[in-house]
Design a protein around this ligand. Structure first.
Ligand code: GDP
Ligand code: IMO
Ligand code: MG
Length: 421
């Protein structure tokens, strides 16, 4: 029996979906524990490409997908995603936590209204209602999955909430009228459809652990988008670091056996906020095109730059990462020189640790170590020694700098394009 946690170590889109799919082969349960359909996890199997937003990636391999209590669930999106998978020949086996909070129509409207209000200072959210839903959860005004199963309870809550949300939307200059009855009917309808899957997932997971099953915890977003440790306020609204896996699933910290940090071989970021190694030149464009760096959820171009060890030292420390999974190494093919940021300069002050203040971060300059590039990685490589010597040296440097061993190297989007070290 093992409980393995997989998280992103940068700003999301590190290739968690692919790595989770790889590990899912030997797992029984794959669990999402935070975030919502702001996530977009891609799994490529032969000619088929699956893009999952809410359902755990393990369902592609027929494993039970658990949507934990820490996830914010848009029931409409969940039902659509289930249907889409079924049309693709996969009948997903899922369990949904009765405690998970529900993304309501007013959350989505508020996400858009708040971003519009912030204008140039906007966070660049996915506008899926994530922030407003988590805000209500923390303010104890949330609707939970349980509430969708009891019309009277939901009605009582909506009677208080809808007029309040209407007022807030009006403050933002929003004119559309929210209809309590319509929301009530629609969401109790979703509740009835989801009812067969709703359960106390923390209890189910503890039973699975007692039965010595293998459990995989699938992180969404990346550590730099963490609400506490990320580049606040340019972050998402959940704890994306390892700690979030426990509160979001009901699995104890003592039960997690291994924490894998997924590291893209360079850096990307979608949305606003500082990114010290960002490249606004031809190399940045090259990474974006070669890496297909366009958001899975919003299709926005991802900002690209060199690997940042200041970020990675920080995120490995916060989450106690045991092993690294390096992805998209093949995207660096053909570059004459590859750079890695070892520390920052703020004026003439050297920063080896990640600063907590975004305005300071925004003024930091990267200091790079240069590596000789390589021509082309053979995607059929099965051992590290099959890689070009220069790639091998690049990986060795990352491993040494982070004092964390590399377990997986991904050299393509396909399942087979994976080297286990
Ligand atoms: P996630 O959000 O962390 O699951 O990552 P995304 O799925 O949003 O983005 C990663 C993208 O890179 C997807 O299109 C993957 O199919 C693709 N990908 C994953 N690993 C590799 C790799 O090693 N090489 C290449 N070229 N693409 C990869
Ligand atoms: P996966 O799981 C990359 C970013 C948004 C925005 C910020 C806040 O695919 O790695 P939100 O809608 O969450 O309130 O937006 O977080 N963001 C992501 N960036 N990958 C993701 O998920 C993301 N989920 C949210 O772009 O900057
Ligand atoms: Mg993604």
């Amino acid at each position: 029996m093992t409980v393995t946690l997989i998280i992103g170590t940068q700003w999301g889109d590190e290739g968690k979906g692919k790595i989770v799919d790889y590990y899912a082969e030997k797992s029984d349960y794959v669990v999402r524990f935070q975030g919502g359909n702001n996530a977009g996890h891609t799994i490529k199997v032969g000619s088929k490409v699956y893009k999952l937003h809410l359902i755990p990636s393990g369902v592609i391999r027929g494993k039970t997908g658990v949507i934990g209590n820490g996830v914010v669930v848009d029931p409409e999106v969940l039902l659509q995603e289930m249907e889409k998978l079924e049309n693709n020949g996969i009948k997903p086996r899922i369990l949904i936590s009765d405690r998970a909070n529900v993304i309501m129509p007013y959350h989505k409207l508020l996400d858009g209204a708040e971003e519009k209000y912030l204008g140039k200072k906007s966070i660049g959210t996915t506008k899926k209602g994530i922030g407003p839903c988590y805000s209500d959860k923390i303010a104890r005004r949330g609707i939970r999955i349980n509430d969708l199963l009891d019309k009277n309870v939901l009605e009582e809550k909506l009677k208080v909430l809808v007029p309040l949300k209407q007022k807030i939307l009006e403050l933002y200059g929003f004119e559309e009228k929210l209809d309590t009855r319509e929301i009530l009917e629609k969401y109790t309808g979703y509740g009835q459809k989801l009812k067969p899957f709703v359960t106390d997932t923390s209890l189910e997971l503890q039973k699975a652990i007692a039965e010595k099953r293998n459990i995989l915890l699938e992180g969404a977003q990346g550590s730099m988008l963490d609400i506490d440790f990320g580049t606040y306020p340019y972050v998402t609204s959940s704890n994306t670091v390892a700690g979030g896996a426990c509160t979001g699933s009901g699995i104890s910290p003592k039960q997690i056996d291994e924490i894998i940090g997924v590291v893209k071989a360079y850096t990307t970021r979608v949305g606003s906020g500082p990114m010290v190694t960002e490249l606004k030149d031809e190399t940045g464009k090259h990474l974006q095109e070669k890496g297909g760096e366009f958001g899975t959820t919003t299709n926005r171009p991802r900002r690209c730059g060199w690997l940042d060890l200041v970020v990675l030292r920080y995120t490995c420390r916060i989450s106690g990462i045991d092993k690294l999974a390096i992805t998209k190494l093949d995207v660096l093919d053909g570059l004459k020189t590859i750079k890695v940021c070892t520390h920052y300069l703020y004026g003439n002050k050297k920063f080896e640790n990640f600063p907590s203040n975004v305005s300071i971060l925004g003024k930091c300059k990267p200091v790079y170590k240069e590596f000789k590039g390589w021509d082309c990685i053979d995607k059929n490589s099965k051992k590290i020694s099959d890689l070009p010597r220069e790639a091998w040296e690049y990986l060795r440097f990352i491993e040494k700098s982070l004092n964390t061993p590399i377990k997986i190297v991904s050299v393509g989007a396909e399942r087979e394009e994976t080297i286990e070290v």
